[in-house]
Design a protein around this ligand. Sequence first.
Ligand code: SAH
Length: 454
Amino acid sequence: MLRFATRYGSNGLSLWLRQSNCRHGLNARTILRARKMSGDSFGPPTDVEKIMLDSVKATGPISFSTFMQLSLGHPTHGYYMKPEHAVFGTQGDFITSPEISQMFGELVALWMIKQWMDTNVKVSFRVVELGPGRGTLMDDVLRVLKQLPAARGKLKSIHLVESSATMRALQEGKLRKASQEGNFQIMWHDAIEEIEPEEDVFTMLVAHEFFDALPVNVIEKTQQGWNEVLIAPSSDPSIRYTIPSSDLDQNLDSPPKLHHMPSRWTRVLSPTPTASSTLLGLASPRFFSLPVGTRIEVSRASMNQARGIGKLINTKGGGCALVVDYGADRAFGDSLRAFRKHKIVDIFCSPGECDVTTNVDFALLKESMADLVSTHGPISQRNFLTCMGIEIRAAALMRSASSLERKKAIEDGANRLIDPCGMGEQYKVLGAVAKGRGEIWPFAVIQDSAQQSI
Ligand code: SAH
């Protein structure tokens, strides 16, 4: 989603303001205003908030991971489950790269086909997508596969991992024709673990803007170890944990301290470690040396999904995967944000009505699958698409465009995807292939600032 992907540094507001002047539709003043407005008028509780309030009454403050699960994935009240939120694009709350231009999916398809041809062109292949949204990316991939003579008759099946029935219906409508024409089956799964690893099939997987929607826990290093940052009602005197989270300057990547805003919810620090904070503090060796006071967002769900990817590729038939999302090769401290109608709003604004998202720690994904596959990158989307030939593809599409408007739309789409001040740099691409293949195109040739480690 073209959501505002910030990389807040210790130099605070001025850097933040400068970055937000890039042309991705949001500027920092709008954000400050939106956050203030959403905090000032929190209105009656949403259905998700009612569940949160009940849960706090029963068992005390809730984790950020529970908050995200409820807000996005609650079977009836979650953001992705509601038909009115299934509109990605200018009418919806956000827009994504595949919805901006067909070239995105086409170039993803070319990368996957190249991996298959370089590995074992004799075996059949299948395509897996995690979080397919409206099915646009898969539709563009299938069109390319259909046109390549070498790939004809080799596509065995399509596997879509999608938790929302609303989204599944959209995907079914979009892909029905391609599936009938190509005579292959489309299968839907609730989780990646449901897809059987296959020995004699090459698996091509793509996950675009999937990992940013997976729940994170927020943990903070204290003198006693990792404690957990939890969510409690701001006005409830009966909550069991009442230690306020400290206002720490050492947080990785924190937004600038703005001002306190009235809200129904507040962050509290658990007085002792929780099961999650203890476990997640051990999730990466990178976390061991972080100083006391550091706060990080860690996603166990992302670690599991990344391992699932590794298991699907690590078979005799082999495979390849591309993960595209915003984030970097490191952990983030305070990147959680909520979106509504292309505006960033307070994270606790109308849970269930807003899209909630975090930056992706690509280093954690790599660590989670390192024993199973070899990983490459992440590199910027700009570098990836440029190496894959977006300019050549845009020129070809423009030559055959039927009108000046169409030509302009193609050009604008390409520019937007590789914009160095926007999506081109904010979005990163991680590649994974079976072990032992050596360097792979185009990761091998790119020295990219995205590759940094904390
Ligand atoms: N990839 C698409 C859509 C991104 S939105 C695009 O770029 O346009 C995230 C998608 O992931 C939605 O389809 C949402 O329903 C799905 N999703 C979110 N959390 C999920 C989960 N835990 N398991 C399966 N699908 C999930």
